[in-house]
Structure formats: C-alpha cells, structure tokens
Design a protein around this ligand. Sequence first.
Ligand SMILES: Cc1cc2nc3c(=O)[nH]c(=O)nc-3n(C[C@H](O)[C@H](O)[C@H](O)COP(=O)(O)OP(=O)(O)OC[C@H]3O[C@@H](n4cnc5c(N)ncnc54)[C@H](O)[C@@H]3O)c2cc1C
Length: 410
Amino acid sequence: MLPEPGGVFRSGAAVSESRTVTADTVILGGGVAALWTANVLKSAGQSVVVLTNSPLGAGQSLAAQGVIHGGLKYAVGGKLTDSSEELADMPARWLAAIRGEGPVDLSGAKLLCDHQLMWSLPNVISKTVGFFGSKAVRGRSSGVPRGDYPPVFDTPAYKGKLFRIDEPVVDPVSIIRELAKGVAEETRLIDWDKNAALEVNDGKITSIKLTENNGILVTLQAGQFLLAAGAGNGELLTQMGITEPAMQRRPLHQIIVRKKGLPDFYSVCVGTGPKPPMVSTTHLDSQGRTIWYIGGDIAEQAGVARSKEEQIEAAKALFAKLLPWIDLTGADWFTWRGDRAEAHTGTGDRPPGAYLKRIHNVLIAWPTKLALAPNLADQVLAQCSTAESRDIIRLDLPSPCPGTPPWDLP
Ligand SMILES: Cc1cc2nc3c(=O)[nH]c(=O)nc-3n(C[C@H](O)[C@H](O)[C@H](O)COP(=O)(O)OP(=O)(O)OC[C@H]3O[C@@H](n4cnc5c(N)ncnc54)[C@H](O)[C@@H]3O)c2cc1C
C-alpha cells in the first residue's frame, strides 16, 4: 500500500494517518545478540529500534547454559585455536558488565558462579594434567587441592583430577531481563503477518512498514538494519533473496535433572574424545527448585537421534558410569530440544567466532555463542554510520514479554 501525498494511506473506505521515522539502526531480533548490541549502540548515542516477533530470549538465549567461555574448553584437545583466542577476553568483559562497568549494565543480573571445574576421568589424568600445566593456560586455571573439593566430588570414589578454570557462568534469565531493561522503550513486539512488512529493493531494506495500535501507519527507515534474529535470520534472508551468507542449524538435546538438595555443579568433564562427555550447570526454576542442566557430547548428534525417553535413559547411564556416588533416586528428568543457529561453515563445524557481514544497508549477524555477544556488538558498532540523533523513537506497539527457560516450560 502506498501513501498518498500528505502521508495519508487509503485502503477502501478507511483513511489512516501515516508518519515516517528514521532510526540510526533498526535491529530485528530479541535474544542476546539483538539486546546486547542495542544497548551498546544506544550508549554510543544512536537511536535504536529493536523489533522482535517472540518473547525475549526465546530460541537459544534462554536455553543457553550461561557459560562464558574463555576458550579453554575448546583448547583441551590441543593448542589454543582461533575460537579460543576470540573468546579469551569475554569472561573479563562479562564480569565488568556484571559489576556495572562499561556500556552494558548487567549489575542487576546474576553471576551463578565465577568459575567452572574441569574434572578428568581417571583414564585421562595424564592428558589433563599435561594440558593444565602447559604454558598456554597458566594463569587461567589451577589445580584444586583434595581438601577443597566441592560436595559433588568430595568422595574417595572420585579418582580423577579437578582443575578450576576462570570461566564464569551467568544466569541467562536475569541477563535477558537486564539487557531488555536497558532498551525497554526501544523494543517492540511485531507480527509479520499482521502489523509489519519488510520493504526490500535491490538487496537493500528500504523500510519496515508498521501499523501501530492506534492505526497509524509508520514507515520506519534506518541508516542500517541489523538482522540478529538467530534462527529467524534464515527466513529473513530468504525473503530478501540473499543466499550468501547462509545459515546452519546444529541441534542439541539437553537434559534437565530436578531434585531437592542438589549441590552446585558447574563443570566440564574431560574424557578421551574431543568433546566433553558432559557439561553441567545449576539453575533455579521459577519455583525456586534446583535443577542440573546437562549438555556436552551427550546432547550432540547421538543424543539428538534419541527419543526423549531414550535420552533420559542415556543420561542416567552416563551419571551412573561417571559419577556413581551421586544419588539421583527420585529425581525428575526432562529433556529440551533446540538448534544452535549460526553462519554456514560448509563443514558443519561451529564458526570460529561471532559472525557479521554487511550487504548494502543490511548487517547480518550470528554471535555463535552467548559469550561472544560483546564481540559481536563491537563489530556492529565499528560498521555503523555515525549517529545522527539521540531521540528515542516511540512506537505504539506492544512491549514483548520475557521468554521461558527450558526448565520452566510445561
Ligand atoms: C542448549 C544450548 C546451550 C547453549 N549454551 C551456551 C553457553 O553456555 N555459552 C554460550 O556462550 N553459548 C551457548 N549457547 C549458544 C547461545 O545460546 C547462542 O549463540 C545465542 O544465544 C544466540 O543468540 P541470538 O540472539 O543470536 O539468538 P536467539 O537467542 O535465538 O534469539 C533470536 C531472537 O530473534 C527473534 N526473532 C526470530 N525471528 C525473528 C523475526 N523474523 N523477526 C524479528 N525477530 C525475530 C526472537 O525474539 C528470538 O528470540 C547455547 C545454545 C544452546 C541451544
């Protein structure tokens, strides 16, 4: 529908007012990538609009284990890789944000634990000791003396070795909540089938047409449009006729164990393969109950191929094999399936870092990891045209509600 001169849209007998607004950056998405970047651009003086089609963090961000990798997990198998170097600064960046320092204020968010434990299986002790004793990781990890073992490992039955790595674990629920607070007035919920339409010409986004609650038709223009919609980027790229970059999905089948009195368990198990057999984090559900959230190799391909029931049986068997002294009798077991959405690599592997590519006025982004959101935002800021205005663009559209983490889903 085109406006007539004077900004009046005519559709049959109905006549509506219209207006055109211009932001420095319009961001499509509502997870950690969109919200972290929006906070950074806003702090840099840009006018930003964030448009999401779902509750905030739905998709991957609220399903993340919250591990702020510094790269050590990926380096256990050998030398520090590209991704471990990109990740190396991330723990410090996140901890600064949690202290309320820097452009993104996460002082209201929860740091679940300031470190993780790497625990070796008895048959891989020498490999692990060799790795953690090596020059590459010195200063970023330390051996844990037996007397300081936390409750999960405080038993003579555990014959492996424990190392502390300075990679914190954050609570994704409070992270998304606090990021959303920083850009609450700028963030709006849209429905592409009802009140929003992407206008594309020659590979450029010319505008997004929005119908506000009050019936006003808004033409939203911007210096640049950032696609930070996770798996939703795939559909947006198709709509724009963009085939390169393409998106890949890597599925996971995570396990949730809920039992009263579970102790803290933030850990990466080091086994004989290149991937840890299990990665564990500890969370509280909305009723204050403790859960263990389990990923790692068990949640990858073989786990994805299993039914929910088979995956729970596989997880019980893994616990019985690796941590036979832990009594999980009477625990409630659940699983959660979802995809990691990333830039296509051609090999099916994880991309080496956060991904950003500009095509005309469109920036296409996948952070690759929650931990890399600050790195992605730096890249976006460096690509943005100079801020023109600090005014908040107010749109009469609903505010999105927060999404639900896997352990609170029905
Ligand atoms: C099980 C699991 C565990 C993980 N654990 C970790 C971890 O411990 N540490 C780590 O660093 N990383 C982890 N990751 C990876 C991390 O979660 C993701 O890299 C990150 O959350 C991606 O954020 P995102 O904002 O790009 O996407 P999402 O979080 O998926 O957000 C995309 C959002 O875009 C919006 N959207 C979608 N389509 C549209 C559209 N068409 N228009 C407008 N808006 C749209 C929706 O609001 C959606 O919520 C994990 C991933 C998974 C699946």
